[in-house]
Design a protein around this ligand. Structure first.
Ligand code: SF4
Length: 301
């Protein structure tokens, strides 16, 4: 453990803080976290946190979700400018417009969205819970925002419902093409291809398994196979190499790096704990509206 990691651990105990880190964070941050997980797991951990301070090492929408689910806590985001390109593609006004155009449809919202957008929706979902949540809704028609790719995947798994999509996407996953999959398979012919549902449907159709980051991790852990091509952000590859070293994993494309996720440096975690900076503060109305959507999501599983 480095001296800066030791300082963070000491300060965490002194301030009784809980450190949550997403799988896409760098390994030095994952190592000092109390829990490492995908956005669903982090939301659940934040909701049940008893510590007065939560440090969310990830991007803004994750820290907002932590604050919404556990509003009496102080939630700190170490890199204040860590946003999400997909979340920035949609506004609350876009949701209002879609709702007005399709008044009979439920509005289902991927958690990779702002608190304001969540407040306009009926229920949130994560990539691991989206299919189950779509099935659980009574409405026959579902407006799915903002990720068109996750939406298309959910629609393929829930053919009995009708979906209306928004045109958002994650630039990191959306840019991967079938030819990238072909090249990776040619380089590693024995490897299974595991991809995240934020990839486009033509890439998903070439995969051996489609799942959230947590599901990909579980798959590698429990599979009798030893080689895997991983089609999601590079952080999960780093984690597998460290935690399941007996398996061989290859990143599907070297383009799969989320620069917003990498904005958080270990120094930022120390600084925000030392100085209590970058606290999440949201308008009351947004908090209330988004809470209903998030709480409904968490209660489905
Ligand atoms: S990987 Fe994509 S969806 Fe996830 S935080 Fe980065 S831009 Fe947003």
């Amino acid at each position: 453990m480095t001296s800066i990691q030791e300082k963070i651990i000491a300060l965490k105990h002194k301030k009784n803080a809980l450190i949550l880190a997403h799988f896409y964070q760098t390994m030095d941050i994952q190592e000092i976290a109390d829990h490492v997980g995908d956005s669903f797991e982090l939301a659940r951990r934040a909701q049940t946190a008893t510590q007065p301070v939560i440090v969310l090492c990830g991007v803004r929408f994750m820290a907002e979700s932590a604050k919404i689910l556990n509003p009496t806590k102080t939630v700190l985001l170490p890199a204040a400018d860590a946003g999400c390109a997909m979340a920035d593609m949609i506004t609350p006004e876009d949701v209002k417009r879609l709702r007005a155009e399709h008044p009979d449809a439920a509005v289902m919202c991927y958690v990779n969205s702002s608190a304001g957008v969540k407040a306009e929706c009926d229920i949130c979902c994560t990539s691991s819970s989206a299919v189950q949540i779509a099935k659980s809704l009574q409405e026959q028609r579902i407006i799915f925002v903002p990720d068109q790719n996750l939406g298309a995947y959910v629609a393929s798994q829930v053919p009995e419902k009708e979906f209306i999509f928004f045109h958002g996407f994650c630039p990191i996953h959306h840019q991967v093409k079938p030819r990238d999959v072909m090249e990776a398979k040619n380089a590693h012919p024995e490897a299974l291809v595991l991809v995240h549902p934020e990839c486009t449907i033509d890439v998903l159709e070439m995969a051996d398994f489609v799942g959230s980051t947590a599901a990909i991790l579980d798959y590698v852990q429990n599979s009798p196979k030893n080689e895997f091509i991983i089609g999601t952000e590079m952080g999960i590859v780093e984690r597998i190499k460290q935690t399941i070293p007996q398996k061989s994993v290859y990143l599907l494309s070297t383009k799969m790096v989320c620069y917003d996720m990498k904005k958080t440096r270990i120094e930022d975690v120390l600084k925000c704990l030392e100085q209590d900076i970058h606290e999440i503060d949201l308008p009351e109305a947004e908090m209330k509206g988004a809470y209903k959507s998030l709480e409904r999501m968490v209660s489905v599983r």
